[in-house]
Design a protein around this ligand. Sequence first.
Ligand code: ACO
Length: 354
Amino acid sequence: MSTGLDGVIAAETVLSHVDGEAGRLIIRGHDLETLADHVSFEEAAAILWDGFVPTDDLKRRFGEARDRAFARFAPFNPQLAALTPIEGMRLLMAALADAEERHAVLAVGGAAVAAAMAIRAANHQAPVAPDPSLGHAADLLRMMRGVEGDADEVAALDTYLVTIIDHGLNASTFTARVVASTDAGLFSAIVAGLCALKGPLHGGAPGPVLDMLDRIETPLQAEAWMEDAIGRGERLMGFGHRIYRVRDPRADVLKGAVRRLKGRDNRITLAEAVEAAALKALARHKPGRKLETNVEFYTALLLDAIGVPREGFTPLFGAGRAAGWVAHALEQERAGRIIRPQSRYVGPWPAQAA
Ligand code: ACO
C-alpha cells in the first residue's frame, strides 16, 4: 500500500511531466520556462489541447464563452455574497449542465467569469460583464477589479495563468480524472477538480502565505518567526511539495514576473527574507526532507501586486488550471477505463458462528 499514492503511476498522459528531482516541468514538449512569458494563456491552452479540442481562434471563442457563462451565472449572483469566493465559484461552475453542453471552451471561459463574479460578490460589488474583444487574462482582471489593468499587470496575470495551466497528476487533476473516468461529464470533472483545489494543502496556500508575511512584518523578524512556527508544529505555507525535491521551477518564473512589476508595493524584499529564513529553518528542523519553495509562495506576491484580494487567489488558480482539468478529463475519457483502486480492510470481522 502507498499512503497518499506516492510513486503510484495511475495514468499515461501526453499533457505534462513533472520531474521532481531535476525541478523541471514539461508541458506538451515545452519546458515551462520557454512557455511562460512567451505565449499568452490562449496560446498555451491551444498547445495543451492539441488533438483533444479544436484550438483555432481560441481568443475569440474564450470571449464568446465568457459572455455565455455570464448570462448563465447572473441569476445566481444574489446567493454569492454569503459565500467565500472559492465557494461562490464552485456554486457557479456547478450551474453548467453536463447534459446541455460538453464544451471545453465554456468550461475555461466560465471559470474566469465565475472567479471574477464570486470575488466581487464576496466584497459586495456588482458583477462586471465580460468584454469578449479582450484577451482572456486582460478580461479576467477587468471583470474582477472593475477597471482594466495596465499592460504590465495583464502580462503578469498571463504569465501566472500559463505557469499554472497544468502540472501532472496533482490532487485536483487526479480528482478530475477520477470523475471523468466514470463518464460523469466534463463540467462534473471541473467542479470536482475545483473542490480538491480548495484545500490549503493544495491550491489554498497563497492566501495564508500573505497572512504569514503580514504577521512577520519586517525582514529582521523572519528567522525568529520561522523558528517559533516550526516549533509549534505548523506547516510553512508556500514550502514543500510531494514531487519536487528541489525548487519548484514555477516559483522562479513567478518571482521574475513579480520583479517586473516594479514600482508597486509588492513586498518582494520582505518575501525574499522570509523565503531565506524559511528554507534555513526547514533544513534545520526537517533534515533530509528537502523542503523547498513551491509555486504558491510567489503566486501570493504576484496576485497581491495586481490587486487580487487574498480570498481570490484560489479562484484565480482554478481559472487557469481549468484548462488543464479539461485536457486531463478528455484524455481520461479516451482511455476508457474507470479508475477504481482497492483499499486494505483493517476493520473488525464479523464474529464466527459458534
Ligand atoms: N512546513 C513545515 N513542515 C513541512 C512542510 C512545510 N511547508 N511541508 C512538509 N513538511 C514536513 C511534514 O510535517 C512532514 O514532517 P514529519 O515527517 O516530520 O512529520 C514531512 O515534511 C512530509 O514531507 P513530504 O512527504 O515532502 O510532504 P507531503 O508530500 O506530505 O506534503 C505538502 C506536501 C502538502 C505540499 C506540504 O509540503 C505542505 O503542507 N506544504 C504547505 C502547504 C503548501 O504550500 N501547499 C501548496 C503546495 S503546491 C500546490 O499544491 C499547488
